[in-house]
Ligand binder design. Structure first.
Ligand code: SAM
Length: 264
């Protein structure tokens, strides 16, 4: 009897596993392998209910939310809402401008640009669950007339040429290996003299990076490029030099001053 039930259990797990594998293969057939991995990395399956329950527990009304209520969870980048506001001012956004947020996630920046500046924002994101939950959160903030979501890839944007005044992107290019194609797509959908507003993580001079990081559990879906920087002046030992600079600062061996002096 015991053997019998054990075999049944094994059979059940085998079947379940192969169904899961078939589902994975099916999903991969409809999307690139990287796209599937990114959906796996960011998707949770229950994000909408989890976020709404946490907001309710924090004393918010989940039926009527503000961008500020959502800021702790929907500004998925360094320096959060403050960084979004800074970039918004830098980009000199005006009311009525058509903005595309590439890799816009749950739509936190999009809702802020719509609420603060009156922009019309389209969020393009690869993660299906982010788009679905983003639509839900946008409806709860009453901004659905100004913020919309489109599931898709930044490498093959489902928009015509010269469609947007501004392309906006915060912390999404780290997941994208083909940077040339990404920025060719950005250029294609921007109108002449349109702007790219950019807030991204780049590779530092000390490599490799430690995993996991918020955008990747492992190196397979992380593609950081170095920015223009002092490594161009200092050559191949820059990583070591930079590391020593940080260490010397931490151990108080050097100190830095910044000052403005007036001539007497
Ligand atoms: C760290 S999150 C940042 C989300 C949002 N920009 C923010 O700052 O709150 C990175 C986002 O990039 C999206 N992403 C990654 N690769 C993408 C691609 N090839 N096309 C579109 N979106 C992509 C992910 O789905 C995820 O939502």
């Amino acid at each position: 009897m015991r053997w019998h039930s054990t075999w049944h259990t094994c059979g059940f797990f085998r079947t379940l596993f192969s169904v899961l594998n078939q589902r994975r293969e099916l999903l991969i057939l409809t999307m690139q392998e990287d796209d599937y991995e990114i959906n796996q990395h960011y998707g949770r399956g229950d994000l909408g209910t989890t976020i709404l329950a946490a907001l309710q527990a924090a004393g918010k009304n989940p039926q009527r939310l503000t961008p500020d209520d959502l800021a702790p969870v929907d500004q998925f980048h360094t320096a959060g809402k403050q960084a979004t506001l800074e970039l918004m001012h830098l980009a000199e956004l005006q009311a009525g401008m058509e903005v595309l947020d590439v890799g816009g996630g749950l739509g936190g920046a999009a809702r802020l640009l719509a609420a603060e500046q009156g922009c019309k924002v389209t969020v393009l994101d690869l993660t299906q669950e982010y788009c679905r939950v983003g639509e839900l959160l946008t409806a709860r903030t009453g901004l659905s007339d100004r913020v919309s979501f489109q599931q898709g890839s930044a490498l093959d944007m489902p928009f015509p040429e010269a469609r947007f005044d501004v392309v906006w992107t915060q912390h999404s290019s780290m997941n994208i290996a083909d940077k040339a194609r990404l920025y060719a797509e950005v250029r294609r959908v921007l109108r002449p003299a349109g702007r790219l507003a950019f807030h991204e993580i780049m590779a530092g001079p000390v490599q490799p990076i430690h995993f996991p990081v918020p955008w990747a559990h492992e190196p397979a879906i992380s593609f950081l490029r170095p920015p223009v920087g002092l490594h161009l002046l200092l050559g191949p030992r820059f990583g070591e030099m930079f590391g020593n600079q940080v260490r010397n600062l931490q151990e108080h061996r050097i100190t830095v001053i910044q000052a403005v002096f007036e001539r007497i």
